[in-house]
Ligand binder design. Structure first.
Ligand SMILES: CCCCCCCCC/C=C/C(=O)SCCNC(=O)CCNC(=O)[C@H](O)C(C)(C)COP(=O)(O)OP(=O)(O)OC[C@H]1O[C@@H](n2cnc3c(N)ncnc32)[C@H](O)[C@@H]1OP(=O)(O)O
Ligand SMILES: NC(=O)C1=CN([C@@H]2O[C@H](COP(=O)(O)OP(=O)(O)OC[C@H]3O[C@@H](n4cnc5c(N)ncnc54)[C@H](OP(=O)(O)O)[C@@H]3O)[C@@H](O)[C@H]2O)C=CC1
Length: 319
């Protein structure tokens, strides 16, 4: 049976390599795991839910190519390991397992994470810590222990999955803060660890649909409602994040470190999903020589309509 895994890369790209993918049993992490394994890599998938990991590993192993260019590949290339990245002890055990059972850690993909929607004013201390501990501290534990267990002496390549938070992340500010922390940590690690030949980069996905991701939001239409902020005018697929991860891990990215690649259909350079409720406007607190014109109604969405009208007037006046 031909493999069910599609990839744009050479089939033996990661032959003989070992990767760890946190959150590798679902959504984006599952797509990354499938592609790495299809390209010959052995992949340890790590997260909290043992059953999810075990069934994902079995399903993926079943779909992979059995050989490359006529040479047989190991039939089992995905291995589950239960680990809560919020526990430093469990992360240390994960890295130990990878080195002892699989011999090396060439790649680390810090993908496990998540959050819930809430205005900042309503986030409890427990909820705040849950999100920071998962996304920022969990990533720190994985980085630190992959370094000590293997990469310090042998090099490696790391990809951290963050989010599109270039315009802040109102509505999910805790995760925006955590991921901005990861992005900055990435730059520090790129510099501190360059003598060890470790490359480390981030990918910032936009709105990527998967059933497990959507299940985290109370309204199933949450993702579709984001279409107006996406220039590509569709949601992203997990496989589109995976392709970028494989590129960053591969020798083709040998001169890339400390950077972030958005995989977001143009969302990052476009508008924020957040709607500012109209209000009377900030008070002018300085004495000004100008009197501002009376404030009109600021309706959203639609600033581009106003801009187009102004440009049309300008164009007409030049004819
Ligand atoms: C706007 C842009 C549009 C744009 C819309 C599109 C968005 C796309 C951008 C990003 C998309 C994605 O990331 S999609 C991927 C989503 N996947 C995930 O989030 C999976 C992983 N997530 C989680 O496990 C959880 O969300 C996370 C909070 C991180 C950890 O949960 P745990 O149950 O393990 O944590 P605990 O330690 O038990 O603490 C839970 C506490 O967190 C708080 N908490 C948890 N869920 C809560 C909730 N729904 N509402 C309030 N508070 C909550 C409470 O205080 C809980 O305490 P108690 O009150 O005592 O219970
Ligand atoms: N989908 C999207 O639009 C976007 C997603 N992202 C990020 O991409 C990553 C993958 O998300 P996605 O695939 O969409 O959603 P999923 O909910 O499918 O994936 C989240 C994964 O993280 C794992 N995870 C969560 N908490 C922990 C923990 N404490 N320890 C170990 N593993 C954990 C989960 O496994 P388990 O429950 O078994 O622990 C799960 O496999 C996340 O970091 C997410 O925030 C970023 C931007 C956009």
């Amino acid at each position: 049976m031909a493999s069910l895994v599609r990839t744009a890369f050479r089939k033996d790209l990661f032959l003989g390599k070992v990767a760890i993918v946190t959150g590798g049993g679902t959504g984006i992490g599952r797509a990354i795991t499938k592609e790495l394994a299809e390209l010959g890599c052995r992949v340890v998938i790590a997260s909290r839910k043992r059953e999810t990991l075990e069934s994902a590993a079995a399903e993926i192993n079943h779909t992979l190519s059995k050989d490359v260019g006529g040479a047989a590949l190991p039939p089992l290339r995905v291995f589950p390991f239960q680990c809560n990245i919020r526990s430093e002890e469990q992360v240390e055990a994960l890295m130990k397992y990878a080195v002892e059972k699989h011999g090396r850690i060439d790649y680390l993909v810090n993908n496990g994470g998540g959050q819930f929607m809430s205005p900042v004013s309503e986030i409890s201390a427990k909820g705040w810590h849950a999100v920071i501990d998962t996304n920022l501290t969990g990533t720190f534990y994985c980085l630190k222990h992959a370094y000590h267990a293997w990469m310090k002496d042998h090099g490696g390549s790391i990809v951290n999955i963050i989010v599109d938070m270039v315009k802040g992340f109102p509505g999910m500010a805790h995760t925006g803060a955590a991921r901005a922390g990861v992005e900055n940590l990435t730059k520090s690690m790129a510099l501190e660890w360059s003598p060890s030949k470790i490359r480390i980069n981030c990918i910032a996905p936009g709105v990527i649909y998967s059933e497990t991701a959507a299940a985290n939001y109370p309204d199933p239409e949450t993702f579709n409602r984001s279409l107006h902020i996406i220039p590509a005018r569709r949601l992203g697929c997990p496989e589109e994040v995976s392709g970028a991860v494989c590129f960053l891990l591969s020798p083709a990215a040998a001169y890339i470190t400390g950077c972030t690649i958005p995989v977001d259909g143009g969302q990052g350079i476009y508008r924020s999903p957040w709607v500012i409720q109209d209000h009377e406007g900030f008070p002018v607190e300085l004495h000004s020589e100008v009197a501002l014109p009376p404030k009109g109604e600021a309706t959203e969405p639609g600033p581009s309509e106003f801009l187009f009208k102004a440009l049309a007037e300008l164009y007409k006046s030049k004819l």
